[in-house]
Design a binder for this molecule. Structure first.
Ligand code: ZN
Length: 106
């Protein structure tokens, strides 16, 4: 397990982890609210969520992918965030839901 990204919030952490898995890299989110819910490692409760890769050999590639992905994620979005049918709120630059893959409604 290697720590590849400290996210601003759980939503970003989940998006990064989902993105890595789409690239064939097994990833997991630790810390933040998720950890508080799970109840493990309560000493880090309240800290920012972090994204870990399960295979150490993927860490270098994951770090490069994450850097690019997060830069686009944090770029100034145009328009308003939209809410998917599944209830997830998405930034306007996303054309589909990261959670359920539903396309952005027109
Ligand atoms: Zn959705």
């Amino acid at each position: 397990m290697k720590d590849v990204h400290e996210a601003l919030n759980l939503r970003e952490a989940n998006m990064v982890a989902t993105y890595l898995e789409d690239q064939g890299i097994l990833a997991d989110v630790r810390g933040g609210a998720y950890q508080a819910v799970v109840g493990e490692l309560s000493n880090i409760r309240g800290t920012l969520p972090r994204v870990w890769v399960l295979e150490d050999g993927d860490a270098e590639r994951a770090a490069r992918l994450v850097a690019t992905f997060v830069a686009s994620l944090r770029a100034t979005p145009e328009g308003e965030p939209w809410v998917c049918a599944c209830g997830e709120t998405l930034e306007p630059q996303f054309q589909s839901c990261w959670k359920c893959q539903a396309p952005k409604p027109v």
